[in-house]
Design a binder for this molecule. Sequence first.
Ligand SMILES: [Cu+2]
Length: 132
Amino acid sequence: MKKTLILVSALFATLALALFAMTLSGMSAPTKAAADTDATVIEVHAQDQAFAPNTLSAPANTAFTIHLYNDDTFDNEHDIRVMDSTKATLAKTPNTCLGPCELFLQVPALAPGTYTFFCITHDDMSGTLNVS
Ligand SMILES: [Cu+2]
């Protein structure tokens, strides 16, 4: 009886160790992948119908991500879109979100130049994106 108890305890200890190892490897893999794919992440906040900062800088000829924080706490939906000088939309988030919330905008590689970013739900909510 005592021998069985020891055997069961050993089995549980082994299982616990295996689970711990799986958790560790599971946690480290996505972190590394995210770090590899998101080389450039630019953060911008939206609050009181304005972007802060309203001038952003991005590297030329390489895709990047804009991380939008909608800091409004009630009834204010924002999104973020990038357009060129002809007002053609080059990138947009798939949806608006009701604050507080966060959105990620994947922007394709852009040629050096000055672009505009704006929010679809607020005409006066825009900023300048300098790509160089
Ligand atoms: Cu907005």
